[in-house]
Design a protein around this ligand. Structure first.
Ligand code: ADP
Length: 351
């Protein structure tokens, strides 16, 4: 009840109180002025008692002066409290405008000002986290961008200096090609991710066979898994899904690509697709290097790479893109695994 009253009437009651004080003061002043004017004969009032009893007039006068004094002091006291919070907010706003988002204000007493302080604090918290994300992104992106360029420059310099065997020249040219590919992948992945982050709904949907799409993804990645002689076990229910084919294809390609990348020679990958009543489940398991709890916690973060020995083969954006696409489909992705025991990823897409 008190909370509700505070919520509804906090500022209103304060205002009523201030207005009352001001009106009281104004009326007292007016009354005083009238008596003075009457006394000086400028106007004639029926205030006989004033003429009859000058003592009563003095009491009245003193009371008016006293009321004005007390009223003003009270108004000053209460408004000081309200103004203090507003002043703190103004100072904090100036700091935020100057780029310092690590500020928070406290306000107690008047409900509306408490609310304002709470919203302000929430806003600065959001701004601070966006700023951290932004600077992290720039740092990571610059790092990912710089590494291949430094490598390309180094090998191009060696080629220019000459004195290399044919085999060395071929080797260095291959590295330059691979690093250029990495740069192309980095820019297209970054562009794709920012595109998918900017949209809220998927357009150009149509029904298609998800099992066929998964089969195609397995075929497209064949050069990679065949080279490692990985055995792929496939169990696919026939499932029709209404979605955007280009987007969902990226999910299977990214997950399959990772499974192959993190599985050793002669390893095993098991892929299954289950057509359930309201959803389609895609599960991919491998017996590769696996993941520890820390890696599982961060794998969907942008630029996160758990296994440092494969950093040259990716840029840590694949799973962030995959997760965003699945979110756009209204689905969910979960990851599991243990170091040395392999990993498993489960995607659930609602129908
Ligand atoms: P990258 O392009 O570096 O692979 P991803 O976003 O696709 O980036 O993956 C992020 C990290 O997640 C990888 O660096 C790796 O540590 C971990 N990861 C992903 N898939 C697997 C997997 N199948 N087995 C083990 N670790 C994996």
């Amino acid at each position: 009840m008190i909370g509700w009253l505070k919520k509804r009437w906090g500022l209103a009651l304060s205002l009523v109180f201030y207005v009352f004080i001001v009106m009281f003061a104004a009326m007292s002043l007016a009354g005083l002025l009238m008596v003075v004017l009457h006394q000086t004969g400028v106007i004639t009032l029926g205030l006989d008692f004033v003429e009859r009893d000058i003592h009563a007039f003095r009491i009245l006068f003193n009371m008016i002066v006293f009321s004005i004094f007390i009223g003003t002091a009270l108004a000053a006291f209460f408004s000081k409290k309200a103004l203090q919070s507003i002043r703190k907010l103004i100072e904090a706003t100036k700091k935020v405008a100057a780029g310092d988002f690590n500020v928070s204000v406290e306000s107690k007493g008047i409900y509306e000002l408490e609310e304002l302080a709470r919203s302000f604090n929430q806003m600065t918290r959001e701004l601070a986290s966006i700023e951290t994300l932004r600077s992290d992104f720039i740092n990571n992106y610059s790092h990912e961008f710089k590494t291949p360029i430094v490598s390309i420059r180094g090998f191009a310099k060696l080629l220019l200096e000459g004195n290399l065997t044919e085999a060395e020249q071929q080797e260095y040219l291959k590295i330059i090609m691979a690093e250029s590919e990495r740069l192309v992948k980095l820019s297209s992945n970054t562009l794709n991710l920012s595109r998918y982050e900017a949209i809220e709904i998927i357009t150009e949907k149509k029904p298609f066979h998800l099992d066929e799409q998964v089969r195609l993804a397995i075929l497209l990645t064949e050069p990679k898994w065949a080279e490692k002689e990985i055995n792929i076990d496939v169990k696919l229910d026939s499932a029709v899904y209404n979605g955007n084919e280009d987007l969902t294809q990226q999910i299977w390609l990214n997950l399959l690509d990772n499974a192959v990348k993190f599985t050793g020679q002669n390893g095993n990958i098991c892929i299954s697709l289950l057509d359930q009543q309201d959803s389609i489940h895609f599960i991919i398991k491998d017996d590769g290097i696996g993941m520890d709890a820390e890696t599982i916690k961060h794998i969907f973060d942008k630029f996160y790479q758990g296994d440092k020995s494969h950093t040259r083969e990716g840029n840590g954006l694949g799973l962030a893109i995959t997760k965003r696409i699945i979110e756009l489909c209204g689905g969910k992705i979960t990851a599991g695994g243990d170091p040395g025991q392999g990993s498993a990823f489960t995607v659930v897409l609602p129908k």
